[in-house]
Every structure is written in C-alpha cells, then in structure tokens.
Write a protein that binds this ligand. Structure first.
Ligand SMILES: *Cc1c(COP(=O)(O)O)cnc(C)c1O
Length: 413
C-alpha cells in the first residue's frame, strides 16, 4: 500500500482501494460494493487524517485570532482556498468563495444576481439539472417574476445545443447548466456553451459537482463566469465546497448572508463589507472540513487523473455490457464520452425494490429521482437505479453489482 496522498506510479486499483478504510468493511455479511459515489464519495486515509489532525493539533477559529493556533488554522484554511483555486485553474485564490457545498454556491449566485433580475427577465437552465441548480432559480421566478427557459435533452441524454442557442433573447440574464449530469453521466460542452452565452453578452454558471471529480477542469480555459464544486464528491468532507467567479464578479455582486467574518466594520447605522471573497463568507465556516477538502484535492491531483478516468470508463463499459444482457433493462443516458454513471430501469421491477434487494448482497446503489425531477419527466420515468463509479471502484464491484441485480430481478419478476 502506498502512503496516503502519495502518487501511485502506474494505476493500481487495489493500491488506491487500500487507502479507503471503509471499503474493507462488510455489509449484510457480504463484501461492500460501493457504487454510490455520485451521491457522495468515500474518503481516503489522507483526508481522514487531515481532518483529525486539525481537531487534534491545530484547531481554533479562523481569521480573527492573534494567537498561534488561530494563525495556524487560518493559514491552513486559506491554504485550502489556494488549493481549490489551483485545482480549478483559477488565477487567484481570491476568486474562490468557500461555501457549504455546491448548493450554497449556486444559491449565493442566484441570490446576489437576483437583486438585479426584474419581471420578465429570463434564466436558461437545462432539463438535466440537479434540483440544486433549479430551485434557487425558481426563487427568482417566484419572487422577482423571472422566466425560466429550459434547454432540452435529446433521447441519448445530450444537451441539444441548437435548441439551447435558440433560447437566448435580449431578456436573458444568466445561464446555469451542469458540466456533467449526476443521472445521465453526460458531460456538456462547457466551453461551447460559454461561447454561445458570451456571444450574447450573457454570463454563465457551470455546476461542476460531478465534472470536477471525473475530469480535469480549467475554468480559465472554459471561460465561464461561475463554476461550483462540492467537497464530499471530491473524496473530501461534506458541508464544504467552492464557488469560482471570474474577473471582478465578486467585487460587483452584493453579499449573500450577513454575519461575522464578512464585514470590515459595523456601526449602529451602517456596515462596511469585507473585500471578496470574505464578503461572501458569513459566520464560522466548516474549518476542519475545508482543510480536509484541501487534503482531498491534494490527494486527487497526486493521482494520474487520466488513468483514473480510463479506469472508471472501463468499469462503466463492463457494467453496461453486463446490464444489456439482462432482459428488460434500459439505460437512461447513452451519449458518447459520458462519465462513469449508469442509470437504468428494468421492465416490471421498481428501482427502489431492486436497490433494496441488492443491498442484501452488499451492493450499494441509489434508486430514486436523483434530485432531477424534470429529467425523470423528460425520460418518462419516476425513478431509476443508478450505479456510479470512482477511482477506488473495481471489477469485483461491477461483478457483484450484476450478480445482485440478476438475483433481485429474478425475485421481483
Ligand atoms: C451533488 C450535486 C449537487 C449538490 O451538491 P451539494 O454537495 O449537495 O451541495 C449539485 N449538482 C450536481 C450535479 C450534483 O451531483
């Protein structure tokens, strides 16, 4: 086994796997086959240790302190911001707001931009968005009279680019689309979507909750205005994540939440805000978790990410091929170049029942609407089963999945 955080020379699935202690446990008397990484990834020893180390040896509140522990905590916390900037390809750490996840990051942008949204202004979303990238915009529909326009998804699960392009009008104020669907695995052409929006003078937010995990992201190269990601899907702790904003967006946007940490000065009749990004970081943040996210990004960037991506896709192909041999199986999302997420339905068997029975065999898959009601409607289903793969997944997981699925189907039909 490699030391935590050290790169593995050539890709060695077992060596990666050995760094994730939870994967060696049993579930219902069976070896665990964890295929729910798109909902949340497991954590390597390097991350667990980094978080524990904060609690054990350098914990204090950040930013305000004049004592050594506070300074150490602040340095590590700000270090995580710098790591996040580097991970996303942002030029400066000040372009990164540390949030409680992708959800908060999107709410921040919607709320801040929302103050200049008026009745009849338009917001473009896609049909494959996660509820996190729908509901904050519905707030603007309800509260400010904004109109949401939906970029359609084709039968294979791609974004219909021509239809997307046709949605722009002189009322379009913002585009918010995913960079990778958490249901279909579809990777959207982020740069092209950005160019189309910018050609019409419209800013664009990309939801990178999944994309940042499975491929190399460079926000500078994409050229987007906003990019969000979330720590717990990146092999880091939960309740931490990041918003990247290009150029001077963070200086121009009004603050989101009010409280400590985000001010320069408060008096009885006024408030002077701190400079960005702190202006957007009210209250005590998830200090140890953010530092743990930094450790997760270190861990991930120390791996050969192209090799991991190829490994995940090989597992996806193995699972898809096996699934196609099962009678009545239908894959939702079959687009070329999709990421390692496999959503499907089986004729005559409810996804929830399948997942519950598979759990008896130690196989963890998700069943449900995956926080994507509009997408479920688009494909005429109410739920799917979803198996999702990560760096630590292996062929034995796929085989356990296929075997459990066959048994579950046989039981139900
Ligand atoms: C998980 C996910 C989110 C929400 O992330 P949180 O960590 O719950 O804030 C948003 N969008 C997509 C595509 C996701 O997969």
């Amino acid at each position: 086994m490699n030391a935590p955080g050290r790169p593995v020379a050539a890709f060695d699935a077992d060596a990666i796997r050995a760094q994730f202690p939870i994967l060696s446990r049993q579930v219902n008397g069976q070896p665990l086959a964890y295929l729910d990484s798109a909902a949340s990834a497991q954590k390597p020893e390097a991350v667990i240790e980094a978080v524990a180390d904060v609690w054990r040896s350098s914990y204090a509140n950040v930013h305000r302190g004049l004592h050594t522990l506070a300074n150490e905590a602040t340095e590590a916390f700000e270090g995580a911001r710098a790591k996040t900037a580097r991970f996303l390809g942002a030029a400066r750490p000040e372009q990164i707001v540390l949030t409680r996840g992708a959800t908060e990051a999107i709410n921040l942008v919607a709320s801040a931009l929302g103050q200049s949204i008026n009745e009849g202004d338009e917001i473009i979303l896609s049909q494959m968005e996660h509820h996190s990238n729908i509901v904050p915009w519905h707030f603007l529909r309800e509260r400010r009279g904004a109109v949401i326009r939906w970029a359609p998804v084709t039968d294979d699960g791609s974004l219909d680019i021509e239809a997307y392009e046709a949605l722009f009008t002189d009322r379009t104020k913002i585009v918010a689309v995913t960079h990778m669907s958490n249901v279909l695995g579809t990777v959207t052409p982020a740069k092209r979507l950005t160019e189309i929006a910018h050609a019409r003078g419209v800013p664009i937010l990309l939801d990178g909750s999944q994309a940042a995990v499975h491929g190399h992201v460079n926000v500078d190269e994409i050229g987007c205005d906003f990019y969000v990601c979330t720590g717990h899907k990146l092999y880091g702790p939960n309740a931490c994540g990041a918003l990247y904003a290009a150029g001077d967006w963070l200086d121009r946007l009004p603050p989101f939440m009010g409280g400590g940490e985000m001010i320069a000065e408060v008096s009885e009749d006024g408030v002077v805000y701190a400079d960005a990004p702190h202006k957007f970081e009210a209250g005590t943040p998830a200090i140890a978790d953010v530092i743990g996210m930094g450790a997760a990004l270190d861990w991930l960037t120390a791996q050969d990410r192209a090799v991991i991506e190829a490994h995940e896709k090989a597992l996806l192909n193995r699972a898809t091929a096996g699934l196609m041999e099962i009678e009545g199986a239908r894959v939702i999302g079959t687009t070329q170049g999709k990421g390692a997420i496999l959503s499907f339905v089986i004729d005559g068997a409810h996804p929830h029942d399948l997942a519950q029975i598979m759990d008896k065999y130690g196989v963890a898959v998700r069943a449900g609407h995956h926080c994507a009601h509009p997408l479920m409607k688009r494909f005429g289903v109410t739920a799917t089963v979803r198996a999702s793969f990560a760096a630590y997944s292996n062929a034995a997981d796929v085989d356990a999945f296929l075997s459990a699925l066959r048994k579950a189907r046989a039981f139900l039909i």
